[in-house]
Design a protein around this ligand. Structure first.
Ligand SMILES: [Zn+2]
Length: 229
């Protein structure tokens, strides 16, 4: 998970990042279709990724517990897992799977989830760059993939979500006003087979309202892009 050995490949991709952002470098079969790919992300598809279609209902935040700039591409991650996006501590997000097909990061939730792994270790909060990236991904998913524009609640897991909502564990006494205490006990969702998995961390969950608020601005920008965007 340290990303070693991928430097050469990544540097090649960085060189084509500007083209990739325009969609001009895509082959005809991978032309940028907004319901499949976010134009602001570096396209870095996983080899042998799933071709099973899905209808996204949420964007789910994860923490990778590493500071690595990426943990996927072209191979899968630990245990053959992979998310749709990887959000590094700085720089553009990387997209590893199209948003209309399943990834493998949310167990039973994978049939309706756009998953976003984040670089970060315990104690970290999302960086300003990560907050903007995930806000843009959520805004894009709302406009072009049909994800409802809301923050997930224990009785409705659509919208902007986080992995712990489907994890079994003791995250403190349930408090309807404290999102970091919400988990499978309330939702019944089975998004992980690892009890007590701290994904994401309390600090990340505290930033969910900031992500949502920033996304509202990006929804307007993507809906009415200025001429130079
Ligand atoms: Zn997770």
């Amino acid at each position: 998970m340290d990303g070693q050995g991928k430097v050469g490949r990544r540097s090649l991709i960085v060189g084509s990042a500007a083209l990739a952002a325009t969609g001009l470098s895509a082959s005809p079969a991978e032309a940028l279709i907004k319901s499949r790919r976010a134009e602001f992300a570096v396209w870095d598809p996983i080899t042998d990724r799933s071709t099973t279609a899905m209808t996204p209902r949420r964007v789910t935040i994860h923490i990778a517990v590493t500071s690595s700039a990426d943990i996927y591409g072209p191979g899968k991650g630990p245990g053959d897992s992979y998310a749709h996006f990887y959000n590094p501590r700085s720089g553009a997000p990387r997209q590893h799977q199209t948003m209309d097909c399943r990834a493998a990061a949310d167990l039973e939730g994978s049939s309706s989830t756009i998953s976003v792994e984040h670089a970060g270790i315990v104690g970290d909060s999302m960086t300003d760059s990560q907050l903007t990236n995930i806000a843009k991904i959520f805004a894009w998913a709302h406009l072009f993939c049909g994800v409802p524009n809301r923050i997930a609640t224990v009785d409705n897991l659509s919208g902007l979500a986080w992995h712990r909502l489907g994890i079994d564990g003791n995250f403190g006494t349930y408090d309807p006003n404290l999102r970091r205490t919400w988990c499978r006990d309330q939702t019944g969702a089975v998004w992980s087979s690892s009890p007590g998995k701290t994904c994401p961390t309390d600090n990340f969950i505290r930033q969910v309202p900031t992500v949502y608020n920033r996304a509202q601005t990006w929804i307007e920008i993507f809906r009415n892009p200025p001429p130079d965007l």
